[in-house]
Design a protein around this ligand. Sequence first.
Ligand SMILES: Cc1cc2nc3c(=O)[nH]c(=O)nc-3n(C[C@H](O)[C@H](O)[C@H](O)COP(=O)(O)OP(=O)(O)OC[C@H]3O[C@@H](n4cnc5c(N)ncnc54)[C@H](O)[C@@H]3O)c2cc1C
Length: 418
Amino acid sequence: MTDTQMDVDQFRAEARAWITSNLERRPAGADAEARGVRTDEEIVAARALQRRLFDAGFAGITYPAEYGGRGLTAAHERAFREESADFVMPDFGAVGGVTVGPIGRSLLEHGSPEFLQWHIPRILSGETIWCQFYSEPEAGSDLAGIRTRATRDGDQWLLNGSKIWSTGAFHANWAMCLARTDWDAPKHRGLTWFAVPTNAPGLTIRPITQINGTAEFCEEFLDEVVVTDADIIGEVNHGWSVTQTMLVYERGAGESGVSLMEPRELAPDLVELARRGGRTDDPAIRQAIARAHVADYAQFHLGARIAARLRSASTPDPAVAAYSKLARGVYTPLRARAAIEIGGSDALTWPEGDDAGQRPAIDYLNGRIVSIAAGSNEMQRNGIGERVLGLPREPSFDSSIPFNEVLRKSRGWNGRVG
Ligand SMILES: Cc1cc2nc3c(=O)[nH]c(=O)nc-3n(C[C@H](O)[C@H](O)[C@H](O)COP(=O)(O)OP(=O)(O)OC[C@H]3O[C@@H](n4cnc5c(N)ncnc54)[C@H](O)[C@@H]3O)c2cc1C
């Protein structure tokens, strides 16, 4: 029997046997880390553990076998996640999810076979971590307005410009970088993605210190950074289709759809908070917990359904992914707020070193992340309105004129179409 035909139960049994004899159990009550960023030592440990998974055939379960994956289905992936839920797994923080999620998937869809043969096994074995260079100080929601340029120079390209908000770039070995290659084409049509090694001469990566003292993001300055045709992902000037793929995976297709675990019990974190505060008999608190459980459940099934639909389509539909992203962008801050209400003052203060105790406050502050990252709630609503509901498009003057005229003309635009 080949791997592709392997029954999910048989795979589950194989996974369980390997996991129980090779991985360490997580200490009881240990929750996923609230911090999005890991230390250098934690990254070294994660790479070593990832290598063991790769060697045992449990890395890249849904990735093609020819590039070092297992070539199995999302159901096999889900079985593995369920079996490994109580064990210590490689933990790269947010940048790990980005590497095997939106980046890995986009590379698989748009990279050449030679590119994939070199890069994908290195990703799956933990040898290389990737980050995303797409946002710029002047281009976030309006991503097609990026100004980082790639200029042909003989048989190579020179990248110049700046990027911002790149999650975990200080741990990354490679970046997927969006640059403008044709300034005479309309804004969506002159874009190209390049793979850039993060140690390339001319590339400066600076962590951005946040209000809580940590630094999860970086800003980058690209000064005559050299890349070659072999580093191009997709086709020259057709980078927008790669962007669509990346954002679709970031917004709800692929791994993220299966990574959410089906809620097995009544919102355990909220119940624990209510217990700590002796408020489990308070009817208002009980209702808040029940509402959270219903919403957890609905969100899991919505996410799984959308992910399955996106995976089954020959081309994933960005409008469908927008629903999943919007659901998380709306619900995550609401749930975080419910925790604060249920926990009361206990949720706002904690003894030093009490990781579980600080979780509600951190989640509350971080709840906005998912309503902004990879496209804000407003942009998801715009997409659904225009592409699904057929509402009139937002007024714009710049989608069909050459990009080099856009900046000049934007100064005199009066907000009307045409
Ligand atoms: C946790 C996190 C991780 C991130 N990681 C990365 C990364 O790894 N790599 C990377 O390149 N980027 C990353 N980003 C950047 C992210 O993609 C951008 O923040 C996002 O696209 C929004 O862009 P902006 O911040 O420039 O906001 P803006 O585009 O300036 O938007 C500001 C506000 O205006 C609203 N708005 C803008 N345009 C419209 C419109 N047309 N209609 C209605 N409302 C509108 C927005 O909804 C928002 O509320 C990350 C961001 C976060 C929060």
